[in-house]
Design a protein around this ligand. Structure first.
Ligand SMILES: [Cu+2]
Length: 136
Protein backbone atom coordinates (compact mmCIF):
# COMPACT_ATOMS: atom_id res chain seq x y z
CA UNK A 1 0.00 0.00 0.00
CA UNK A 2 1.54 3.02 -1.14
CA UNK A 3 0.06 6.08 -0.10
CA UNK A 4 1.66 8.75 -1.73
CA UNK A 5 0.70 11.81 -0.30
CA UNK A 6 2.04 14.54 -2.22
CA UNK A 7 1.79 17.39 -0.10
CA UNK A 8 2.15 20.30 -2.11
CA UNK A 9 2.40 23.21 -0.09
CA UNK A 10 1.61 26.05 -2.12
CA UNK A 11 2.34 29.14 -0.46
CA UNK A 12 1.29 32.14 -2.17
CA UNK A 13 2.97 35.08 -0.88
CA UNK A 14 1.08 37.92 -2.06
CA UNK A 15 3.02 40.94 -1.46
CA UNK A 16 0.91 43.83 -1.84
CA UNK A 17 3.35 46.44 -2.55
CA UNK A 18 1.28 49.26 -1.52
CA UNK A 19 3.07 52.06 -3.08
CA UNK A 20 2.75 54.42 -0.24
CA UNK A 21 1.85 57.88 -1.33
CA UNK A 22 5.31 59.24 -1.16
CA UNK A 23 4.29 62.77 -1.51
CA UNK A 24 2.18 63.80 1.35
CA UNK A 25 -0.67 65.86 0.31
CA UNK A 26 0.90 69.24 0.20
CA UNK A 27 -2.03 71.02 1.59
CA UNK A 28 -1.40 71.39 5.21
CA UNK A 29 -3.37 74.31 4.22
CA UNK A 30 -4.41 76.88 6.68
CA UNK A 31 -0.96 77.48 8.02
CA UNK A 32 -0.58 81.14 7.31
CA UNK A 33 2.84 82.61 7.55
CA UNK A 34 2.75 83.15 11.24
CA UNK A 35 5.21 85.98 11.03
CA UNK A 36 2.94 88.15 8.99
CA UNK A 37 -0.10 87.56 11.11
CA UNK A 38 1.14 88.87 14.40
CA UNK A 39 -0.09 92.40 14.91
CA UNK A 40 2.37 95.22 14.65
CA UNK A 41 3.23 97.20 17.71
CA UNK A 42 4.08 100.79 16.92
CA UNK A 43 5.34 103.02 19.67
CA UNK A 44 5.50 106.69 18.83
CA UNK A 45 7.46 108.96 21.10
CA UNK A 46 8.42 112.62 21.01
CA UNK A 47 11.56 113.91 22.66
CA UNK A 48 11.25 116.32 24.33
CA UNK A 49 7.52 116.40 24.92
CA UNK A 50 7.54 120.05 25.95
CA UNK A 51 8.90 122.36 23.31
CA UNK A 52 9.17 126.01 22.42
CA UNK A 53 9.24 127.58 19.00
CA UNK A 54 12.52 126.77 17.32
CA UNK A 55 13.25 123.68 19.36
CA UNK A 56 14.17 120.49 17.66
CA UNK A 57 11.99 117.50 18.37
CA UNK A 58 13.00 113.96 17.78
CA UNK A 59 10.06 111.94 16.56
CA UNK A 60 10.85 108.33 17.21
CA UNK A 61 8.87 105.36 16.03
CA UNK A 62 9.62 101.91 17.38
CA UNK A 63 8.16 99.10 15.38
CA UNK A 64 7.90 95.55 16.65
CA UNK A 65 5.98 92.43 15.90
CA UNK A 66 5.36 90.18 18.85
CA UNK A 67 8.73 90.56 20.57
CA UNK A 68 10.81 91.08 17.47
CA UNK A 69 11.99 94.44 16.20
CA UNK A 70 10.88 95.21 12.69
CA UNK A 71 13.81 96.81 10.92
CA UNK A 72 12.46 96.30 7.42
CA UNK A 73 9.17 98.11 7.52
CA UNK A 74 7.98 98.91 4.02
CA UNK A 75 7.23 102.48 4.89
CA UNK A 76 7.31 104.74 7.91
CA UNK A 77 5.84 108.14 7.16
CA UNK A 78 5.41 110.93 9.64
CA UNK A 79 2.43 113.13 9.04
CA UNK A 80 2.30 116.44 10.82
CA UNK A 81 -0.72 118.67 10.92
CA UNK A 82 -1.36 121.80 12.90
CA UNK A 83 -4.68 122.39 14.56
CA UNK A 84 -6.54 125.26 12.99
CA UNK A 85 -4.13 125.62 10.10
CA UNK A 86 -4.91 123.47 7.10
CA UNK A 87 -1.94 124.79 5.18
CA UNK A 88 0.48 123.43 7.76
CA UNK A 89 0.49 119.84 6.64
CA UNK A 90 3.35 117.63 5.72
CA UNK A 91 4.14 113.98 5.36
CA UNK A 92 7.73 112.89 5.29
CA UNK A 93 9.51 109.57 5.62
CA UNK A 94 11.29 108.74 8.85
CA UNK A 95 14.84 107.56 8.65
CA UNK A 96 15.47 103.90 9.36
CA UNK A 97 17.99 103.76 12.19
CA UNK A 98 17.93 99.98 12.42
CA UNK A 99 16.76 97.77 15.25
CA UNK A 100 13.14 98.68 14.63
CA UNK A 101 13.72 102.38 15.18
CA UNK A 102 12.68 105.09 12.74
CA UNK A 103 13.41 108.71 13.45
CA UNK A 104 12.50 112.11 12.09
CA UNK A 105 13.93 115.28 13.52
CA UNK A 106 11.73 118.28 13.18
CA UNK A 107 11.98 121.89 14.20
CA UNK A 108 8.73 123.68 14.83
CA UNK A 109 8.80 127.33 13.96
CA UNK A 110 5.37 128.39 15.02
CA UNK A 111 3.46 127.96 18.23
CA UNK A 112 0.39 125.79 18.33
CA UNK A 113 -0.86 122.31 18.77
CA UNK A 114 0.30 119.71 16.31
CA UNK A 115 -0.91 116.25 15.54
CA UNK A 116 1.86 113.85 14.74
CA UNK A 117 0.89 110.57 13.13
CA UNK A 118 3.29 107.80 12.23
CA UNK A 119 2.03 105.72 9.35
CA UNK A 120 3.76 102.38 9.47
CA UNK A 121 3.33 99.84 6.70
CA UNK A 122 4.76 96.35 6.98
CA UNK A 123 3.50 93.72 4.59
CA UNK A 124 -0.29 93.75 4.68
CA UNK A 125 -0.40 95.67 7.92
CA UNK A 126 -0.74 99.37 8.54
CA UNK A 127 -0.66 100.97 11.96
CA UNK A 128 -0.85 104.67 12.59
CA UNK A 129 -0.72 106.02 16.13
CA UNK A 130 -1.06 109.74 16.69
CA UNK A 131 0.35 112.02 19.35
CA UNK A 132 -0.27 115.65 20.11
CA UNK A 133 2.49 118.12 20.57
CA UNK A 134 2.08 121.61 21.93
CA UNK A 135 4.66 124.12 20.82
CA UNK A 136 4.80 127.23 22.98
CU1 LIG B 1 -1.69 105.56 7.99
Amino acid sequence: MKNRFLLTGVVLLVVLALAGCGSKSGHDGMNMDEGMMEPLTVDLSLTPEQVKVGDKVSIEVNVAQKDKKVDKADEVMIEITKEGDISAHEKVPAENKGDGKYVLEKTFDSAGTYSITSHVTYGPQHTMPTKKLTVK
